[in-house]
Design a protein. Structure first.
Length: 462
């Protein structure tokens, strides 16, 4: 007689693991537990941006230290970070579909915090580049695990709101990175060098990395207080390798490439806008209008932090409201609203001769760049079978970050260096890239919406 053993949402029949969904009433944790996890993950997300963007604020001293131009710096800031961040994220996504997501986040936060601090003790360009890569590898653990945990912690009708709270870490992180980073730079710049135990003498720009990096080790420890949610549909046990299962997920996505392409490329191109303004928007005020780094960071940081937070909550609320009203494509539709609205502002904000007008035009950009990204994460979750979600989220982040973090800073810097040939042209370059991205994202969303809607309808009927 065959022996059957129930194992946490799966049954083992004659030694073969068969996945089965957990009962709905036991599928989700208590709201207090679920929201606590989201808030802690949001704090980690905020920290990731602080550690990531402090690098961009230090473009001046890093360029001077290593005798490089904007283009070379953008490779280190953007693609040097984004490639390893996104490539490792796909494999970490596979791990997050199988192992403790909480523990993955714990180790990731610890790693990127140490690597941020390591940027502060780098003795040459390649050491700095290697530390930057380490930041990317550590940060790759966070979002795939967070998206997967949210999908197992909230029903679909509340998922957009929950992920919007998590993704608040994006505008808050960028805003706080620019504000805090600018103030740290201003503070440590009062002394040209610092002598530290075990480390020796470092320059003021290097001290900034130590100041913002090391506190992350405390947050890493606090993340161990999160409870791992039960997987509503446990991942089937197979004899496939990690690469084989990742290829299976990619095959599923390629088999439904139209809805995924519209979603991923639309949000990726729209993500270029924020990545242009968070580094080159600051330089527009510094180079063209004589702002100090602390003052420019404060101005742009407040716009992105305050307006972005309001925008992301509004976008998540609107997506959930539209979904409740019966619009299956709500999560992508809010992307279209955001990108289309930003076109005139993104194309003109950094062309103004009066910095006050430029800052005023950045207000709607701060709001709408964040407006749709909580919904974007929710769209990946609802589009994908549960046992593939973390991997699909990692693929989504691959495109969002390679295009947003990688292409946007590089393309802006390349136009500044090789088309205009002047550091003072950074405002024109930023307007070309950001304005073009807003138009491109709008067209991609218009094309992708019907495919996205039909795919969700087909899954609902299956």
């Amino acid at each position: 007689m065959a022996a059957t053993l129930a194992i946490g949402g799966a049954s083992c029949n004659d030694g073969v693991m068969i996945a089965r969904p957990l009962p709905v009433e036991t599928a989700y944790p208590k709201p207090s537990v679920a929201w606590y996890a989201v808030i802690m993950l949001m704090l980690a997300y905020i920290l990731s941006f602080v550690d990531r963007i402090i690098f961009g604020l230090l473009v001046g001293p890093i360029r001077k230290e290593f005798a490089i131009n904007d283009t070379v710096f953008s490779l280190l800031y953007g693609w040097g970070f984004a490639f390893f961040y996104t490539f490792c994220g796909i494999f970490i996504g596979w791990a997050a579909d199988r192992y403790s997501r909480r523990n993955l986040v714990f180790w990731g936060v610890g790693l990127w915090s140490l690597m941020t601090a390591a940027c502060g003790v780098a003795q040459n360009f390649w050491q700095l580049a290697l530390a930057r890569v380490g930041v990317g590898v550590g940060e790759a653990s966070l979002s795939p695990a967070a998206y997967s945990m949210a999908g197992d912690s909230f029903p679909e009708k509340k998922l957009g709101r929950a992920l919007s709270v998590y993704v608040i870490g994006l505008p808050l992180g960028v805003g706080l990175a620019l504000i805090i980073g600018g103030q740290v730079i201003g503070f440590v710049a009062t002394n040209p060098t610092y002598t530290l135990p075990l480390i020796g003498t470092i320059k003021s720009w290097q001290a900034c990395f130590l100041v913002v990096g090391l506190p992350g080790l405390v947050l890493a420890a606090l993340l161990l207080t999160i409870k791992e949610p039960i997987r509503r549909k446990p991942t089937p046990v197979t004899d496939k390798s990690a690469v084989g299962e990742i290829l299976e997920t990619l095959a599923y996505m390629l088999g439904h490439w139209r809805p995924y392409a519209g979603l991923m490329l639309g949000f990726s191109v729209m993500g270029m806008i924020m990545n242009v303004f968070q580094i080159w928007g600051v330089q527009y005020f510094v180079r063209l209008h004589g702002y100090s780094i602390p003052d420019a960071g404060l101005a742009v940081g407040l716009v992105i932090g305050v307006l972005g937070t309001i925008g992301i909550l509004t976008g998540g609320w609107l997506a959930d409201r539209m979904r409740t009203a019966g619009r299956r494509d709500a999560t992508m539709r809010v992307g279209l609203i955001a990108s289309a609205t930003m076109i005139p502002f993104a194309a003109t904000a950094t062309l103004m001769s009066d910095p006050r007008i430029g800052l005023l035009l950045m207000l709607p950009i701060g709001f709408f760049t964040s407006f749709a990204f909580g919904a974007g994460g929710a769209a990946v979750v609802v589009l994908t079978p549960s046992h593939m979600r973390a991997q699909a989220a990692a693929v989504y982040l691959f495109f969002v970050n390679m295009i947003g973090i990688g292409l946007a800073p590089f393309l802006t810097a390349w136009i500044t260096d090789h088309v205009f040939g002047s550091d003072l042209a950074v405002g024109k370059s930023a307007a070309i890239v950001a304005g073009g991205a807003a138009i491109g994202a709008t067209l991609l969303f218009i094309w992708g919406l019907p495919h996205f809607r039909r795919h969700l309808e087909a899954r609902a009927d299956a």
